[in-house]
Design a protein around this ligand. Structure first.
Ligand code: NAG
Ligand code: NAG
Ligand code: NAG
Ligand code: NAG
Ligand code: NAG
Ligand code: NAG
Ligand code: NAG
Length: 556
């Protein structure tokens, strides 16, 4: 009886209040990932592709532990993939023909998993996968298709001709610093028979693994590694230094910050890069002198990559907390999500003066924040109303935007082995999968009713849409974003891109007209998702091929 009474009181109180406004929420998925999700990429409207290292993951295939898997975004089904080479700490990106390439990795095998082959010169290809359930889709590995150099912890991005630029890496296990570096660039498909040596990679030692690399709208490439940055001109093979990240903050492995190319907007597509988190260290310090309690950096540094912007230098602001191993991810309305990571320590597994079990980091950063690029300096970052994930997502964790419009979060394993126990380990291998759902996931959303499979550059396109009543009004803010959902690993979303397109909704609220980017420098030709956002309520993404879809190199 007592509980009945209190229920009545509660329902009266709720009835009297204004309806609660929708909030960001976390959802724990029913299924677990089966492998530790060190690398994650959305490869079709319904599928995410996951990679781990070859280890003793519970998910099995052909009599051994799997280290690749497909996650079905609709059903949560996990399908093991039979990978041949070791994908531990590989890079990845999509090619102009829609194939995802997973690049480099660990040269070693794994005891008890005899099928494993060295991964440090491997190129693992996947898709495009047309089956919604992934049936018949496998990782394709041709032993004759190899990188020129051995690369563990490399970065890769798609460039203007639809091929991949592959940057840096190490020849051996990098327990902390990059002690045996590969100081060069190469391309896939190959453009020449030798690698291109890089003075920048040498200058950014000893903390230059997984350089943060971005294709600029003029076809050049911006890179950050350690605390150094450059603009690289692929066509002339020249490096132009850009000022260091200020205040002694270092932002790549083992001091992982994250970096992102802010949304590009017509007509000028002025590029700006944001770099957040990392660590204020003297990079001559030996790892044995560091502990998991070392403070991390809350600094965000932002630069406009025009001659005037570079002359002005980096503008500094601060996150709510220090973070290492965080990830910055585009939201379809142009805001940036700050998620994952830890508030103290470093990336990596052991090797410090003091670790927790094997974790070099502690105090997981559980509450995401949002960065609003257009807000005034000092007012851009907020975590108001943001929930706590309750699950540490530190070294070897991932996050990616899905075509459904929410964020898929998985992984974390700061350990040399995958075994879940012993239970007294503070940060065990993490198999739980979550989504982080923006408020628009729980209201009526705009819908793109159909979309051509391919879009040409510089094209005006009209597609049918439906808008919920409240959003069908003149003066509503309409945004259409063309997004590469990227490849998530080690706090870096390789290839991630958001290009806004000039757009308007017809007066009858039934059709949307937008203009695609002018060329493959603004959006490198390849797969994309188109999201319609009206008054900050985003649709699901429509999966398209931007450009001809032909095999690289292509000129468009
Ligand atoms: C997950 O579990 C919830 C609660 O039992 C259920 O409502 C939902 O349908 C399940 N989702 C899937 C994809 O199985
Ligand atoms: C970048 O790091 C190097 C090496 O630790 C250091 O000498 C240099 O002063 C740093 N730059 C800035 C701006 O702090
Ligand atoms: C590290 O610690 C050792 C032993 O305490 C000390 O000799 C050394 O100077 C310290 N500093 C660096 C930069 O490694
Ligand atoms: C983890 O493995 C690497 C490579 O075998 C080794 O160098 C390192 O010492 C190990 N770390 C710990 C804490 O056992
Ligand atoms: C949208 O609003 C316009 C103007 O008020 C109206 O004419 C039209 O019927 C509405 N469309 C839909 C699909 O509700
Ligand atoms: C895409 O291009 C790559 C590089 O040339 C090639 O290996 C792959 O087979 C191509 N994919 C398709 C589907 O044609
Ligand atoms: C949680 C976990 O995986 N712990 C393992 C960390 O690695 C050591 C070996 O280096 C194992 O003994 C632990 O079980």
């Amino acid at each position: 009886m007592k509980s009945f009474v209190s229920l009545l009181v509660i329902s009266t109180a709720v009835a009297g209040a204004a309806p609660p406004s929708p909030q960001w929420t976390f959802t724990l998925k029913n299924q677990s990932s089966g492998i530790v999700v060190i690398e994650s990429a959305i490869v079709s409207p319904t599928l995410a592709l996951f990679f781990d290292r070859a280890s003793d993951d519970p998910l099995q295939i052909n009599g051994h532990s799997a280290w690749g898997a497909l996650w079905n975004l609709d059903t949560e089904d996990v399908t093991a993939l039979d990978v041949v080479t070791n994908s531990w700490c590989a890079g990845g990106a999509f090619l102009s023909n829609g194939t995802m390439a997973n690049i480099g990795g660990d040269p070693r095998g794994y005891p008890g998993n005899p099928t494993i082959k060295p991964g440090n010169q491997a190129i693992r290809l996947f898709g495009p996968c047309l089956s919604p359930t992934g049936e018949g889709c496998t990782v394709f590995e041709d032993p004759n298709l190899r990188l020129l150099a051995e690369r563990w912890y490399p970065s890769s991005i798609r460039i203007f001709d639809g091929s991949l630029l592959i940057v840096g890496g190490s020849h051996v296990n990098s327990v902390f610093y990059d002690i045996d570096p590969e100081l060069s660039f190469e391309f896939f498909p190959r453009k020449e028979e030798t690698v291109r040596p890089s003075a920048f990679l040498e200058r950014s030692l000893p903390a230059n693994l997984f350089p943060r690399v971005f294709a600029l709208p003029d076809g050049k490439v911006f890179m950050v590694a350690n605390n150094r940055s450059i603009i690289y001109d692929i066509e002339t093979n020249t490096e132009t230094p850009v000022p260091d990240i200020p205040n002694g903050i270092h932002v790549t492995v083992p001091t992982d910050g994250s970096a992102i190319l802010l949304p590009l907007s017509p007509p000028d597509y002025t590029p700006e890069v944001l770099v957040c988190g990392g660590s204020q260290i003297d990079d001559r310090t030996q790892p044995a002198n560091f502990t998991f309690q070392h403070p991390t950096s809350s600094q965000c540094s932002r630069i406009t990559l025009t001659p005037e912007g570079i002359a002005k230098g980096w503008e500094v602001e601060h996150m709510i907390e220090g973070r290492i191993m965080l990830e910055l991810v585009h939201i379809p309305n142009g805001q940036i999500l700050i998620s994952n990571g830890a508030q103290t320590g470093f990336a990596g597994i052991g090797g410090l003066g003091l670790s927790i079990d094997e974790s070099n980091a502690d105090q997981p950063a559980l509450i995401p924040s949002i960065y609003t690029p257009d807000a005034l300096l000092g007012q851009r970052i907020s975590n108001e109303g943001m929930p706590s994930s309750g699950i540490a997502r530190m070294y070897h964790s991932t996050i990616t935007l899905t075509p459904q419009g929410n964020f898929l979060i998985a992984g974390s394993n700061p350990n040399n082995t995958t075994r879940v126990g012993p239970l007294d380990v503070k940060f065990p291998a993490e198999f739980r999968v979550q989504t982080l759902n923006p408020p628009y996931m729980s209201v009526q959303r705009p819908r793109i009713l159909s979309m051509p499979e391919r879009l040409r550059f510089g094209e005006r396109v009209t597609v049918p849409v439906s808008l919920p009543g409240a959003l069908n009004r003149s003066g509503a803010k309409v945004q259409v974003s063309l997004m590469d959902l990227g490849f998530s690993t080690h706090g870096f979303h390789m290839g991630a891109r958001l290009v806004f397109m000039e757009a308007s909704v017809a007066r009858d609220g039934k059709s949307l007209t937008f203009v695609t980017p002018p060329n493959g420098r603004v959006y490198p030709p390849g797969p994309a998702s188109v999201f319609l956002t009206v008054d900050d309520v985003s649709s699901e993404g429509a999966w398209v091929m931007m450009g001809s879809g032909s095999t690289p190199p292509t000129m468009e």
